[in-house]
Design a protein around this ligand. Sequence first.
Ligand code: SAM
Length: 429
Amino acid sequence: MFVLNPKTLSASTFIPKYFIVPPRSSIPPQFSNFKSRTYCKSNQITERGVLFDTGDTFFRHESATGRDLGVLSAALYKQTKGQLRVLDAMCGCGVRSLRYLIQSKADFVLANDANESHRRVILDNLGQVERFEGEQRRWVVTHNEATRVLTDCYLQRDYFDYIDLDSFGSDSSFFLRATFSSLKLDGLVYVTSTDGFSSGGHRPFHSLEAFGAYVRPMPYANELGLRILIGGAVREASVLGYHVTPLFSYYSCHGPVFRVLLQLKKGKLPEKRDYGFICYCNRCGNSQAFSWGKLGRISCPCNNTIKDAASLVVSGPLWTGPLHSGNYIMEMLNLAEQWGWVGEGAGTGLEKLLKQMFEESDPRLPFGYIKLDEVASRAKTNTPSISTITSALHKEGYAASRSHIAPNAIKTDCPMAGCIRIAQELHGC
Ligand SMILES: C[S@@+](CC[C@H](N)C(=O)[O-])C[C@H]1O[C@@H](n2cnc3c(N)ncnc32)[C@H](O)[C@@H]1O
């Protein structure tokens, strides 16, 4: 699709064509399903002190935490790079665009939604920015199909610092190549998937199409949802000669919603072992990650071999590396503290989440999580409490943490047999 890479050509000025709105008939049929689903009738809502109207657009209160994380990361970008141009490619009522302008102090936001009927509510919401700040307009609203907007920006060498892709299902994969083409190097993409069927391994051929990963049922399905989303992005970036790494990954059961913040860099993935396959053994409950070279020769320490396909399950290729950067999560937590979003009187949700993400970023912790119900059923005991089993694991020198993805699970480098033994010892067996 893209032959020239203008990022490597000299920069030139251009006249943005954002106001050109194509007739609806120019939207390809696969994107014609733009009817807004009204989850919340026209009403005014305040999110972290920002007032906006949801109109008749698709809006979910439950996504507020995902929006908080986006706003924090965009603000950190602005603080470190000194500039911030955001493309909110599927803006709905424009709440994110508004928050990027007001809270992240974006220099410019292009708010796009293919559904033209959202125009009034988006304009009203973003119109507040000038009313309160009395400054020149820093935003533009368009109603194009997202790939067209992204491709136009790429062709005009109008690169963005931060692109928010908040699409339905597994659609985001469709936009990734055009997104990476219109993003600055070191720029950030905040991408969403709501495809819980693929991560559950219920439609491996669909996940293959959408994310390039053949996924089969495994106990840590919701982590797989994040890993196939990142893995799909790694694949798309590599086609263009780039690589991406996640700064944070966030799962919310409301939807479900999988969100990752990716940073674009030039060249190949530095750590090849971060992209590969994972294998789960139904017989012993252990998991392992492995690269292309070992595919076909995989066996489990319990002597289960790939020939016993029913009990040794392989998924991939997908992202097998870290889900978060610990340092980055700390920076987000510090900023959230400065803004009064965490700490005394701020509610515990965001603080708890960021602290759990920080714990999960311990490099000793492998991919996946172990559900304590599975430990209990293998150990034939009652389910141990998370705090008891994690402190027992720490005492034995293992790394162990909660998982923000699954409330009744732990992440640990202790093999399943060790967890079973500890659970039995805790119950005096
Ligand atoms: C999940 S909603 C966005 C919600 C919004 N970002 C928020 O946080 O409230 C997805 C939006 O994408 C729009 N949309 C769907 N497919 C699109 C496409 N191909 N191009 C542009 N917009 C699209 C829909 O009209 C819808 O408003």
